[in-house]
Write a protein that binds this ligand. Structure first.
Ligand code: 1YM
Length: 649
């Protein structure tokens, strides 16, 4: 850490202040309101550095009614002794020599602020006046002023009014106080933005645990106090406020590697987006950079290692990806290092290549240590499970993309499979019947009105629902035929404008297989063609459960209650047939009961139905055998009303 005894000779003198005054943009980037705040941060940074090096723990910032601002810390105080080469006090050097300060000597200072590191002299150069007080047993004072140089006609700024003076006034305080008035001739505006200041000092308080930062705005008489004993752990908790966290305490670690101090805190939430905020020497690196890259790969490696060690990931499984662990991740990465190089559009990207391996090393090492902590094993498992879920979705989405691509080529081909298309060319009139079983399919083909009704039979047991994962289902020929028949594409490619049938009618038996087919199709539509359901194009066809025949008349009943009524109506001697499947009906029966728009009854599927189907399919297709058996057992009465009620609920 920094030396306790400071020698003013350490200071390196580089340049005068006039250059800053003539080209402020070169030193603070802009003279906009952003530049205005920049000169405040220069002073605040020196105070924060003093705290970061362990000499101060309190900073007070005041905005005065006259528009000036002050910063005070309780550190060692800027050196007051005479700098041997400059022949003036340390204070004078700090405020009049550009790039002055042990800060720019990598031996005498630890971590420079980089972007803000141009120093307090820049603030002085761009101020109308600036006052410094140093408290070391007595109060030292010095002030600087800008004035018009009559000889050159130019404004000179930051000129000492008098050398640093020991007022001999006794004080118990320790530290440095700096107050300045930004120069209205330099800045587009000199009105401080309290929100900007509060936001930044809060961030600084999070990044420097235990550091108390107070803010008082005299203009509005508003006070703020920030102090976080938990540092970036508190930061992560703060960012996750109002979100549902997956484990109560953020994971936290801190270590040094090759002269780079690395500190991070992470916590996952149920959200899908991530927010990783990284900092170098307290400066936000919005564009990321080497440290973030190292951090991400460190996280990915550690969690994968853990998942393999615990056998959550099996030998045959692929590693989870960084993106999988990112889902719902809130993280703060804060590093401290020397000679930082910023790159990128907004110069907020860390370019130092050495930061990457150092951060990755620390991340992996420290997380490994944490995994050994029994109390945290649940946390790690939770993180892996969340990532596994993300991976599943990722793979399904990838498949969907592939299928979407494939569906384009399928559409280009003449239809494979057994689709019997209709001759009509008006999509709003056209209907696609997806019929369970070849025999029912055959009857439907005979019965249909071929002008507007198309039939797609699904084979006897087309899909072994329990064993197939959704991506495999997408490879199923019938599903592919449905995709190409509908013409809309799927997933992100889905376009309802191209829909060729405005009614898509699922016709399946009222038994376990039929039920499976139905929820499978609904799940497929739900996941890959959601708007098909949202726009009300999906229907469930309702074949009757009973046929009641007496002589030449034949009536149908769709449930037990209706059967009673029909029996009463038809009278004794009727022959009752219970249809076990669509296949038992001949073409004319099928037409009359299920397909004829005049007589049939259809149920329009709502998005809630489909969402429920999607949930059920997880039970029915999932690995939880007992859950599935239980479910099927409890729902084994697949009469029409009941089955649908299950989906509808
Ligand atoms: C309100 C602003 O500037 N505090 C501050 C600045 C310095 C020191 C302490 C300090 C640093 C060192 C030794 C060192 C600075 N000193 C220099 C320089 N608060 C504020 N508090 N002793 C005191 O870095 O070794 C620059 S900043 F150059 F003189 F060392």
């Amino acid at each position: 850490m920094a030396k306790n005894t400071y020698k003013a000779e350490d200071i390196k003198i580089l340049e005068g202040l006039d250059a800053v005054r003539t080209r402020p943009g070169m030193y603070i980037g802009t003279t906009s309101v952003k530049g205005l705040h920049h000169i405040l941060w220069e002073i605040v940074d020196n105070a924060v550095d003093e705290a970061a090096n362990g000499y101060a723990n309190k900073i007070d910032i005041v905005i005065y009614a006259d528009g000036s601002a002050s910063v005070e810390d309780n550190g060692r105080g800027i050196p007051t002794d005479i700098h041997s080469k400059a022949g003036v006090s340390g204070v004078q050097v700090v405020f009049t020599q550009l790039h002055a300060g042990g800060k720019f000597d990598s031996d005498s200072y630890n971590y420079s602020g980089g972007l803000h590191g141009v120093g307090a002299s820049v603030t002085n150069a761009l101020s109308e006046w600036l006052e410094v007080e140093v408290y070391k047993n007595t109060v030292y004072k010095m002030s600087f002023k800008s004035f018009l140089d009559k000889e050159t006609g130019k404004i000179r700024s930051g000129v000492p009014v008098a050398p640093l003076k020991d007022t001999k006034e006794k004080t118990k305080k320790k530290g440095t106080f700096v107050r300045f008035m930004p120069d209205a001739r330099v800045f587009e505006t000199i009105v401080w933005n309290a929100d900007t200041i509060v936001k930044r000092i809060k961030e600084l308080a999070f990044l420097n645990k235990g550091l108390e930062i107070n803010f008082h705005d005299e203009r509005t008489n508003i006070y703020h106090r920030f102090k976080y004993e938990g540092g970036i752990v508190d930061f992560v908790k703060y960012l996750n406020e109002g979100k549902q966290t997956l484990y109560p305490e953020p994971l936290y670690a801190q270590a040094e590697k090759d002269g780079i101090l690395v500190e991070f805190a992470i916590q996952h939430t149920t959200a899908y987006v991530d927010s990783i905020c990284s900092y170098v020497n307290n400066i936000p690196t919005g564009e990321g950079g080497m440290h973030e890259t190292g951090f991400r790969s460190g996280l990915t490696r550690s969690f994968n290692d853990f998942a393999r060690e615990k056998n959550i990931l099996k030998d045959k499984d692929d590693n989870l990806l960084g993106d999988d662990f990112k889902e719902g991740l809130t993280a703060i990465l804060s590093i401290k290092m020397k000679n930082v190089q910023f790159e990128g559009q907004t110069k907020t990207k860390l370019g130092n290549p050495e930061a990457r391996p150092a951060v990755e090393y620390v991340t992996v090492n420290e997380l490994e240590t944490l995994t050994k902590n029994k109390k945290l094993s649940k946390t790690f498992e939770t993180i892996i499970n969340k990532a596994m879920g993300a991976a599943k979705v990722r793979l399904a989405a990838k498949k969907a993309k592939e299928i979407a691509r494939a569906s384009k080529s399928i559409e280009a081909q003449t239809l494979v499979g057994k689709l019997a298309s209709c001759s009509g060319r008006k999509p709003e009139l056209n209907e696609l019947f997806i019929v369970e079983g070849d025999s029912a399919g055959g009857s439907a083909k005979k019965a249909r009105d071929r002008r507007y009704q198309a039939i797609l039979p699904l084979r006897g047991k087309p899909l072994n629902v329990e064993k197939k994962k959704l991506d495999q289902i997408l490879q199923n020929e019938e599903i592919r035929t449905i995709i190409s028949a509908l013409g809309t594409g799927i997933g992100s490619e889905f376009d309802i404008e191209n829909l060729k049938y405005h009614k898509v009618i699922i016709l399946s038996d009222a038994d376990v297989d039929g039920y499976h087919i139905r929820i499978l199709l609904l799940t497929f539509f739900f996941r890959y063609m959601k708007d098909l359901i949202n726009e009300g194009h999906v229907y469930i066809g309702m074949p009757p459960l009973y046929g009641v025949k007496k002589g030449k008349t034949e009536e149908y009943a769709y449930d037990d209650a209706e059967l009673k009524k029909v029996q009463e109506k038809v009278g004794r001697g009727a022959e009752i047939q219970r249809y076990k499947g669509l296949g038992e009906m001949d073409a004319s029966q099928l037409w009359e009961t299920t397909m004829d728009p005049e007589k049939r009854s259809l149920i329009r599927v709502t998005i809630e139905d489909a969402a429920e189907a999607d949930r059920l399919i997880t039970i029915l297709m999932g690995d939880e055998v007992t859950e599935r058996k239980k479910y099927i057992f409890e729902n084994s009465d697949f009469n029409r009303e009941d089955t649908f009620a299950k989906i509808k609920r």
